[in-house]
Design a protein around this ligand. Structure first.
Ligand code: AVJ
Ligand code: FE
Length: 434
């Protein structure tokens, strides 16, 4: 049990950290850029901004605080299920100044509620769950807004220092053997874990090998150079049809010029760095690369076992390095850097068996469909995960450089359609041990 004051401070810090980032992402461009739709795949930034405030109003002000609605008439505009992204620019959205005023007003009342409320009892408030959930929601939309920034044309609006180059990839084995046997997947104890991460349950996972690091741009370039996009046998039927229909021949944002690959990254064009993990690939491309390499994508349970299983104690840990929250020298998280770190970086973030960069850098596609764990219960709303369960969505694990630590745990599950590539998605490969 955590001291109630410490819990309150943690909730407040999580909310403030998210808001600082939201502020940075929505003040670095001018008004027309906030209301424009930079890609039909994304909302205008100003929609994300007011949606963040509206979710906070619905959950923390109304459901937790029992307060009257502040702006009930805008609920429907900011309901993601009522309006697909492509149609959001045509809605009567709050203008940037109004949206800022709205989120500020909601937050003021929420901090007031947080001061007074006892953070235990009903599941929604126990251990500050709803506050943690809303901080995570805001951080997830911050990542979404960062994707919008990456899709936006024009000069750079955001800058950040490069990640520290601590890579010692040359000295690392290419793959790590994870011994077979049971391990505990998911969690029943992590206080702010979301519904789809629960409950903890045992799984028997046969021995397998997994790449020590995510697949690099350099390795992916070889796949391209050796005709990977032109050979039917590496692709699933859907993947092959998709790359034909859309004429895909390289990751999103890549372009071939003067015999080399260039990529556009937050408004700057640069040669593709060969040591960095590849990013902006679809599940179809990750899956095809793995087959070309004579390997396969890891399953979700293999990924989590590689990230959490401690072979000495048999316990599952919160992170590859143990149970402590991530330190800056363990994982590339929180948009501190605007790119993944070279493969082999962050030796202090390695798993007990030596797998690197499982947390941070790039989201990692797994071969698994997004499905509920045995004993799953939707909480507190079906539209967070339950409505997405099924074969249409593939699971991604581990978080990217754009993920804040409040949304990143060894148990955290992300999901998306197999065609998606504007997300910060990469992968690593695996193979059976027998
Ligand atoms: C879990 C990242 C797939 O962004 O669609 C945000 C998170 N849910 N608002 C998404 C979410 C509701 C979700 N992902
Ligand atoms: Fe949302």
């Amino acid at each position: 049990t955590i001291d109630p004051e410490a819990l309150r401070r943690r909730a407040e810090l999580a909310l403030r950290t998210a808001r600082d980032r939201t502020h940075a992402l929505t003040t670095c461009v001018d008004e027309p850029d906030l209301t424009a739709q930079h890609s039909p795949l994304m909302s205008p930034l100003v929609w994300d901004l007011a949606h963040i405030g509206n979710q906070e109003e619905q959950w923390l002000l109304r459901a937790v605080g029992g307060r009257d609605a502040l702006r009930p008439e805008i609920d429907s505009i900011y309901d993601a299920f009522e309006h697909p992204r492509a149609e959001r620019p045509s809605l009567p959205l709050l203008a940037p100044a109004e949206a800022r005023g709205y989120v500020h007003e909601v937050r003021g009342r929420v901090l007031d509620i947080l001061e007074r409320i006892e953070l235990r009892g009903a599941p929604l408030i126990d251990a500050g769950f709803a506050f943690g959930m809303i901080a995570q929601h805001e951080q997830q939309h911050d990542e979404t807004m960062l994707i919008t920034h990456q899709l936006r044309r024009g000069p750079a609006a955001l800058t950040a220092p490069p990640p520290p180059d601590t890579a010692d990839a040359a000295a690392l084995p290419e793959e790590v053997l994870i011994p077979g046997g049971p391990f505990t997947m998911g969690t029943s104890t992590e206080p702010w874990a979301l519904d789809n991460e629960r409950p903890a349950h045992r799984r028997l996972v046969p021995a397998f090998h997994i790449d020590t690091t995510p697949v690099t741009n350099g390795a992916y370039e070889r796949f391209i150079a050796e005709g990977g996009y032109g050979e039917r046998r590496w692709w699933t039927a859907e993947g092959w049809a998709y790359i034909q229909e859309h004429g895909l021949a390289a990751p999103l944002f890549w372009r071939r010029e003067g015999g080399q690959w260039l990529r556009r990254r937050f408004g700057v064009t640069e040669p593709v760095p060969p040591q960095e993990p590849v990013v902006h690939v679809s599940w179809y491309e990750a899956d095809a690369y793995a087959r070309w390499a004579g390997r396969r994508l890891p399953t979700e349970e293999e990924w989590e076992k590689a990230a959490r299983h401690d072979p000495d104690s048999g316990r599952s840990r919160r992170y590859p390095w143990g149970d402590a929250d991530p330190a800056p020298d363990q994982a590339n998280l929180g948009q501190r850097h605007l790119r993944p770190a070279p493969a082999g970086s962050y030796p202090k973030g390695a798993s007990p068996l030596g797998v690197r960069q499982l947390i941070g850098d790039v989201w990692e596609w797994t071969s698994s469909d997004f499905l509920p764990y045995p004993g799953f219960r939707a909480f507190p709303y079906r539209e967070y995960s339950e409505v997405f369960f099924g074969p249409a969505h593939k699971v991604l694990r581990g978080g990217s450089f754009a993920v804040d630590e409040v949304v990143c745990r060894g148990t955290f599950r992300n999901w998306d359609l197999p065609v998606r590539r504007q997300i910060f998605s990469g992968f690593r490969t695996a193979r059976d041990a027998s």
